[in-house]
Design a protein around this ligand. Structure first.
Ligand SMILES: Cc1ncc(C[n+]2csc(CCOP(=O)(O)OP(=O)(O)O)c2C)c(N)n1
Ligand SMILES: [Mg+2]
Length: 334
């Protein structure tokens, strides 16, 4: 009998690539918390608990031509699209070489032209109409790409979500919107945010398919995003995908979730940690063993250490650069 990953066309090599990107996201994120608590970086907003959804989805896209409009937790998505741990650390330290904004924006505001990562704004969900607009541009100019936007479930109550999905549905645009439902919007639990059972129920109102899936399983997420991507590439229009997973940290480094989540709830979610459950799946199928796990982890830790040292020692932007990219430069080349 075919295994789950074979059924969706993923090889052992694919699974190890997915695992390595998930683990890289986790290790970068953990390092950022240490740096924050040591007073070295001002702010962290975490991917922890959502790596399977992020990397499973990104792996189903074409990272050589598709456009992505990620949200602040998407370390796993941007890593698969080519942003490096060093670049993520440069952003965390707000250094001049930060590719996202040269240290101007907070971490998590991803944007990198060469990897087709659309720059993000602080108001949540603005990325949805941006991704829809880029999909429209691609369709009008007959270009061969699709777009992918992510957001949190709380953010699906923002007007931009509804306007973006409605427009995408009406014009049958090649865009996938993925809601990473982690059951909280800061301190507000799901049942105080959304009246319908699932966020994906909203897809029907915009004339597109909607599914709610297990966000702790990267193979399941890959399968659904791949199907949505195939439909989008075939001119069959947009899709809404809701992944359900856990937020394994506080909302951000400025929050303490013990104020609004019980100790039991926090302890219970540990068993759903996708790094552990996917690692166990790989071991069960003879794809990973303790030795290889250590080798991958050691390799990642070397990269994280090097990225940290590089970013910590990198220069800040010159004060004069504050207005760069705000006004056109004289004889401007931008
Ligand atoms: C328009 C807008 N309103 C409020 C905020 C403040 N804010 C930032 S993140 C956040 C919670 C979003 O929750 P959710 O969409 O579930 O994403 P999560 O952080 O849980 O991944 C809020 C209210 C904002 N950035 N933009
Ligand atoms: Mg949320």
């Amino acid at each position: 009998m075919a295994t789950k990953h074979e059924e969706v066309g993923l090889t052992k090599e694919d699974l190890l690539n997915i695992y390595e990107t998930m683990l890289t996201a986790r290790r970068v994120d953990e390092r950022m918390w240490l740096l924050n608590r040591a007073g070295k970086i001002p702010f962290v907003i975490s991917c922890q608990g959502q790596e399977a959804a992020q990397v499973g989805a990104a792996y189903a896209l074409d990272n050589t031509k598709d456009y992505i409009a990620p949200y602040y937790r998407d370390l796993g998505v941007v890593l698969h699209f080519g942003m490096t741990p060093k670049e993520l650390m440069l952003s965390a330290f707000a250094k001049a070489e930060d590719p996202n904004s040269g240290g101007r924006q907070m971490p998590g505001h991803f944007g990198q032209k060469k990897n087709r990562i659309l720059t993000g704004s602080s108001p949540v969900t603005t990325q949805v109409p941006h991704a829809v607009g880029v999909a429209l541009a691609g369709k009008m100019t007959n270009q061969d790409f699709i777009t992918f936007a992510t957001l949190g479930e709380g953010s699906s109550n923002q007007g931009d979500f509804h306007e973006g999905l409605n427009f995408a549905g009406v014009h049958k645009l090649p865009v996938i919107t993925m809601v990473e439902n982690n059951k909280y919007a800061i301190s507000v639990p799901y049942d105080r945010q959304v009246a319908s059972k699932n966020v994906s129920d909203r897809a029907a109102g915009y004339g597109m398919p909607g599914v709610t899936i297990d966000g702790n399983d990267p193979i399941e997420v890959y399968k659904h995003v791949k199907e949505a991507a195939d439909r989008a590439r075939n001119g069959e229009g947009p899709s809404l995908i809701e992944t359900v997973s856990e937020r394994m940290t506080a909302h951000s480094s400025d929050d303490d979730h013990r104020q609004y989540r019980s100790a039991d709830e926090l302890a219970a979610q540990k068993s759903k940690d996708p790094i552990l459950t996917f690692g166990a799946y790989l071991k069960e199928h003879g794809i990973l063993n303790d030795e290889l796990e250590k080798e991958i982890n050691d390799r990642i830790m070397d990269i994280v250490n090097e990225a940290t040292d590089y970013a910590e020692n990198a220069p800040y932007a010159e004060p004069e650069h504050a207005l760069k990219y705000v006004y056109a430069e004289q004889g401007g080349d931008e």
